[in-house]
Write a protein that binds this ligand. Structure first.
Ligand code: BGC
Length: 521
């Protein structure tokens, strides 16, 4: 029996045989590297936009503002919309492409979307690295964004479908691990490239994105497609062989017939988008919208995009600020590994709730510390060293809390709860909502810091409370449950059960028989 703790009371667990073979492990590691392009971009933009030669070439007015304004209000010294637009525009492109990726992923397989993601990102990186004019930067960033939309739409689905269900959490979090590694590499590179004499280091930073782009491109060419996707596209025999390979056992009949049943049900659905609005998909649709929304309203990207700026604001020198960003980057990677270790043991709900509590405490401490020194005037006078250390420490604990909860789970949980017939479309909603709120937070942060001052941290703390209450009452535990069996989880939930009927549970024995019969006609 799978750990019954993962299944809400009264839900019978179903076991599919499957082992964590070297084959499935390597496949998932390679696919997970699709997160590198996203992470690299998150980590690189903030550093590049703080490099003077880059500003002088493309944003001279921002450069002049940065160096001429003598304000004592630390909260407002970086407030510049042109610059944030450069960083955040990419997320709008990602939003658009994730919608298109839904069709590619469903009709042509998860791999093709990953390939598109890699190629688009590659071209964008080249354009950015060689940019001579602002239009090249912008077109480059749009291409990067399109690439990220495709990758983030397909990679989490690929991982959740390929992994044996008992290890699904850990293997899926390979995606988030690559995001964090990408961010860290980018932070370290910025640190060194900024020092290059002649001021062209930003070209290396931006052009360096070709490396993660090549990794995902080559990866998508060598990886097999998922059995679910092969069945969805009518390749039954290939799918069965592939299922045996990824499970490392020959006895895959039960799982295979459930996958076929899911695919039959999926074929009846002509319009996955309008379908999503049906009552029985209300729990899925709610999660596809609320999980990414809440993930962004933890305020994590304030740290990811603006850590150097933030540390500068609280009194660190330029070098120390970049260094602190590297430290938070390391914490981010290490804490993600904790999640890989624990997610299939302790479950998703425990991590969500623990991470939420940890982030809340840190946000309150940071808000109080900043309020105590900077007040509302933003002029702290001389800052003692212990003060900066306390703030950085709590920011690190906050990042760790995110990195083992909302970070990975924000990608894992949506990818494992959607039934096949709406999986692709619902995942696009997840990515789009994530991107739109990443855009909004990135775009608004500096202006918000300038106006809300230390209250900004309380603003995000409020959302952390709201999201934890939401998880407590509305998110059922999904660990150790095969994804084609997920309907049972909703059916036994105190609230969502009213939306999901018995006959919606297509991968049950009856339906499998029905599907078999249809196949045999
Ligand atoms: C989020 C990103 C964030 C990153 C930090 C991801 O899960 O989607 O917005 O920057 O985690 O590690």
């Amino acid at each position: 029996m799978p750990a019954v703790g993962g299944i809400p009371a009264g839900v019978p667990g179903r076991e599919y045989p499957g082992n964590l073979t070297p084959y499935v492990l390597v496949t998932c590691i390679v696919a997970g590297m699709g997160g590198l392009i996203f992470g690299y971009d998150i980590g690189i933009s903030g550093g590049v936009t703080s490099m003077d030669p880059f500003l002088i070439k493309f944003f001279p007015s921002v450069y002049r503002k940065k160096h001429s304004e003598t304000t004592t209000d630390q909260y407002c010294q970086y407030d510049s919309e042109t610059l944030t637009m450069f960083t955040s525009s990419l997320y709008l492109a990602a939003l658009v492409s994730s919608i298109g990726a839904s069709t590619v992923t469903r009709k042509f397989g998860r791999r093709l979307s990953m390939l598109f993601g890699g190629v688009l990102f590659f071209v964008g990186a080249i354009l950015n690295g060689f940019a001579q004019a602002v239009w090249m930067l912008i077109v480059g960033r749009i291409l990067l964004g399109l690439g990220i939309g495709f990758a983030n739409q397909s990679v989490p689905l690929y991982l959740s479908e390929t992994a044996p269900y008992k290890f699904r959490g850990a293997l899926n979090i390979g995606f988030q691990l690559s995001i964090t590694v990408g961010i860290l590499i980018a932070n370290v590179l910025n640190y060194f490239f900024a020092k290059i004499k002649g001021g062209w280091g930003w070209r290396l930073s931006l052009g360096g994105a070709v490396v993660p782009a090549l990794i995902i491109t080559i990866g998508s060419l060598v990886l097999p497609d998922t059995p679910n996707s092969m069945i969805e596209r009518g390749k039954q025999d290939e799918a069965k062989t592939q299922l045996k390979r990824v499970r490392g056992v020959d006895d895959v009949e039960d799982e295979f017939s459930d996958l076929v049943a899911a695919s039959e049900a999926s074929r009846l659905v002509e319009h996955p988008w309008t379908n999503l609005l049906e009552r029985k998909y209300r729990p899925h649709l709610s999660m596809a919208i609320l999980i990414p929304f809440f993930q962004q309203f933890t305020g994590i990207n304030v740290i990811m995009f603006y850590a150097p700026v933030l540390f500068n604001t609280i009194g660190f020198g330029d070098n120390a600020s970049l260094m602190s960003a590297v430290i938070t980057g390391i914490v981010n990677v290490v804490a993600t590994m904790v999640s890989i270790y624990g997610v299939d043991k302790w479950g998703r709900r425990f991590l969500f709730l623990e991470g939420g509590a940890q982030m809340l405490i840190c946000q309150l401490v940071v808000a109080i510390s900043i309020a105590a020194k900077f007040g509302v005037s933003g002029n702290p006078g001389e800052l003692p060293k212990w003060y900066a250390i306390v703030v950085v420490l709590f920011i690190c604990i906050y990042v760790a809390g995110f990195a083992w909860s909302w970070g990975p789970l924000g990608w894992l949980v949506p990818s494992e709860i959607f039934p096949l017939e709406i999986r692709s479309a619902a995942q696009s909603i997840n990515v789009s909502v994530n991107m739109i709120f990443t855009f909004i937070v990135a775009q608004a942060f500096l202006a918000m810091l300038c106006r809300m001052k230390f209250g900004l941290f309380l603003f995000f703390a409020f959302f952390v409370v709201a999201m934890s209450i939401f998880i407590f009452f509305f998110l059922p535990e999904t660990k150790n449950i095969p994804i084609e069996e997920m309907n049972k989880v909703w059916k036994s939930h105190w609230y969502w059960s009213r939306f999901v009927n018995d006959d919606d549970d297509y991968p049950n024995v009856e339906m499998s028989k029905g599907a078999q019969a249809t196949k045999n006609v």
